[in-house]
Design a protein around this ligand. Structure first.
Ligand code: HEM
Length: 300
């Protein structure tokens, strides 16, 4: 690939459409914030009579950001500085883009792996039916008890981490093992390569074996930091718990209702396009558990 300096500022077809999309996303988010802000003003005016609803509105992340500078939404201490609409828009974009595709990607690979490993699909379903029943929406407490499903999600994140690498820049000169790293050097941390290293994971590193997580994440490999699908340290993924809860819930709902296998047209070809994707999609055949006959579907 050849990188032409300043190319991204040229009005090419791709750049023009990307600028248009950016403008539209910004406008949609500003509209949403405007509508919610209208609500927060009312909340602020009525706070003496209806403080409970102010706290309810501030409960989600957007509400918390909008209400950050509104007095009366905190029970103690001075109100923090107001966050500008521009910053809220940027935060929303970060959370949406960092949170949506990564999690749907995890769900795609989990479905593919369970479709191609029916014995683990059966084990996971048995556990879900035992803990959550066959129709009810699983509760948070029930989700926490799904140990086999947790192991399966970890093994999926090990084999197909949606983010294949992360980057750090040295703030100062540092010694790292036998290396001297000068200040300002960018280091690429190859998450996927680490997850597939036979020195850390054993000879079966390339195999799908959720059992390796039976004693927890820290004991799954020969080094406790060998498994880092959400990064590590102070800047590790802030959405880890949300992503894992969403994945547990979605997979539990699917397992309660369907059995599934890969469509004959499935071609296993993981590829990196920002995240790790199945290059030709993931066509899967779903069968409702209460009837027979497979229904085609594509997860991606
Ligand atoms: C399976 C799902 C997900 C995976 C695999 C994933 C992975 C990652 C990774 C590898 C990083 C970089 C961490 C580092 O460099 O140490 C990251 C950062 C981040 N993720 Fe996630 N993520 C997922 C879901 C989410 C969700 C659901 C959200 C929010 C709703 C989210 C928000 C973020 C944010 C805001 C950062 C930047 C954190 C910072 O710089 O302080 N992610 N994620």
């Amino acid at each position: 690939m050849v990188l032409v300096p300043g190319y991204r500022f040229l009005p090419t077809k791709l750049n023009t459409s990307s600028w248009k999309l950016d403008k539209q996303i910004r406008r949609n988010l500003e509209d949403l914030i405007g509508r919610r802000k209208g609500g927060s003003v009312i909340i602020d005016e009525e706070r003496k009579t209806d403080e409970a609803s102010a706290h309810a509105a501030a409960k989600d992340l957007l509400g918390l950001m909008i209400n950050a500078g509104v007095s009366g939404t905190r029970r103690t201490g001075p109100a923090p500085a107001e966050i500008s609409v521009r910053d809220i828009v940027e935060e929303c974009k970060t959370f949406f883009f960092a949170g949506k595709q990564t999690t749907s990607n995890l769900l795609t690979w989990t479905t593919v792996l369970l479709a191609t490993h029916p014995e683990w699909q059966e084990r996971a379903r048995k556990e879900v039916l035992q803990v959550c029943g066959s129709r009810d929406i699983p509760s948070r407490d029930q989700l926490a008890k799904l140990k086999t499903l947790g192991m399966i999600l970890n093994e999926t994140l090990r084999l197909y981490p949606p983010a294949v690498a992360t980057i750090r820049r040295a703030k100062t000169d540092v010694h790292l093992g036998s290396y001297n790293i000068p200040q300002g050097t960018e280091l690429l941390i190859p998450i996927m390569a680490l997850h597939h290293d036979t020195r850390l994971w054993g000879a079966d590193a390339a195999q799908f074996n959720p059992g390796r997580f039976v004693e927890g994440v820290a004991r799954a490999a020969r080094h406790p930091m060998a498994f880092i699908p959400f990064g590590m340290g102070a800047r590790m993924c802030i959405g880890q718990n949300l992503a894992l809860t969403e994945a547990r819930l979605t997979m539990a709902l699917i397992l309660q209702r369907f059995s599934f296998r890969p469509s004959p047209s499935y071609i296993h070809a993981p590829t990196v396009l920002m995240l790790l994707y199945p290059q030709y999609g993931a066509p899967i055949l779903f069968r409702p558990l209460s009837s027979c006959g497979f229904h085609p579907g594509t997860v991606s």
